[in-house]
Design a protein around this ligand. Structure first.
Ligand SMILES: Cc1cc2nc3c(=O)[nH]c(=O)nc-3n(C[C@H](O)[C@H](O)[C@H](O)COP(=O)(O)OP(=O)(O)OC[C@H]3O[C@@H](n4cnc5c(N)ncnc54)[C@H](O)[C@@H]3O)c2cc1C
Length: 300
């Protein structure tokens, strides 16, 4: 944490020093944000960032379904988008426009109701549009980069820009969104489809997820990226890590590319358990697993 209280520009939304992140991120662990900011709208966020000392780090978060927040908290400003940015609307040309805080399921459902196919996979990803755009989230052979037309971002200097998807430098679970840039809106495109068939596919995805993933647990989704030619979970399993524990952190028995907080784990337990798994997989198969979960903040 920075020694002196940060000087902060005015904001119409809410601004909380020491705002808890553990209250809402999926693992329910980790230290607070030095300052947690919820802007009222895009203009509010842009004006705030424009006036904020450029040396202060800015980190957007969604619902934390892909995050380990370290126990010492996050220095600088953490931006969480407000409910007002959860809007989803349908546009001509099989397009869906969604606010950065909208959940994937809302986007998929709006597309289904309008007979737009190709966005069903978002039904299974329990994060926001901002997180999906940043992470190039995907499932069942489709990634966000396949459906994204353009994205509106507020850059760290407060300028608001709309970028074509091609400018995001997408690869597997990776984008080149600049540091501190906040995704405030995205435009997706699918193809014409039958709402009943789209709905059936979404139901199939939901059922398949329920059967294979620890959805009701404190987790962070897939821990490691699938290395070329391998499935991360198979490597973890083969290295004997299914069910492995460190304190109250555990490798899920149900899906061993998921880590769990069984109750009293802290973020250090979870992150070190992940490092234990990486070491064991390296020794067993020679593969260096790369973290997919974003680890943010500082250790205690
Ligand atoms: C049960 C479960 C299943 C999952 N299944 C999948 C899956 O099938 N496929 C998959 O790809 N992922 C999956 N995930 C991981 C996760 O849901 C995705 O990565 C999701 O896109 C993260 O969204 P989020 O809003 O929670 O982002 P967060 O976890 O809050 O943040 C993730 C990253 O996105 C950035 N970010 C968040 N919001 C914004 C914004 N508005 N602007 C700019 N950057 C932003 C953050 O800075 C951080 O770097 C799963 C997770 C869980 C818990």
């Amino acid at each position: 944490m920075m020694a002196d209280a940060l000087a902060l520009p005015p904001l119409r939304g809410t601004l909380e020093r020491g705002g808890s992140l553990a209250d809402f991120i999926w693992f329910r662990t980790g230290g607070p944000a030095e300052v947690l900011v919820r802007p009222a709208d895009v203009e509010d966020l842009a004006a705030f960032l424009k006036e904020l000392d450029p040396s202060v780090p800015v980190l957007p978060v969604g619902v934390g379904s892909n995050l380990i927040v370290r126990d010492g908290g996050v220095p600088g400003v953490v931006v969480r988008l407000p409910k007002a940015m959860q809007k989803v609307s349908v546009e001509p040309g099989n397009r869906v426009r969604a606010g950065g805080a909208a959940m994937g399921i809302s986007v998929a459902s709006a597309a289904r109701d309008a007979g737009i196919a190709g966005l069903e996979f978002l039904r299974g990803i329990p994060g926001t549009v901002g997180g999906a755009v940043r992470m190039n989230a995907g499932a069942y052979g489709r990634d966000t980069s396949d459906i994204l037309v353009e994205v509106t971002v507020v850059l760290r200097n407060g300028s608001v820009e709309t970028w074509p998807a091609g400018r995001l430098g997408y690869s597997y679970r990776h984008s080149e969104l600049p540091q501190g840039a906040v995704v405030v809106e995205a435009l997706f495109e699918g193809t014409p489809g039958d709402p009943a068939a789209i709905g059936a596919e979404m139901d199939r995805i939901a059922a398949e997820r329920e059967a294979s993933q620890p959805l009701r647990s404190r987790t962070g989704g897939s821990t490691f990226k699938n290395p070329d030619g391998h499935k991360a979970w198979e490597l973890v399993d083969r290295a004997g890590c299914r069910g492995l524990r460190r304190g109250d952190a555990q490798v899920s028995e149900k899906h061993c590319n998921f880590l769990l907080n069984l109750g009293e784990a802290n973020s250090a337990d979870i992150e070190q358990l992940g490092e234990d798994v990486r070491r064991r997989v390296k020794a067993d198969s020679g593969v260096d697993l790369e973290w997919e979960i974003q680890r943010i903040g500082v250790a205690k």
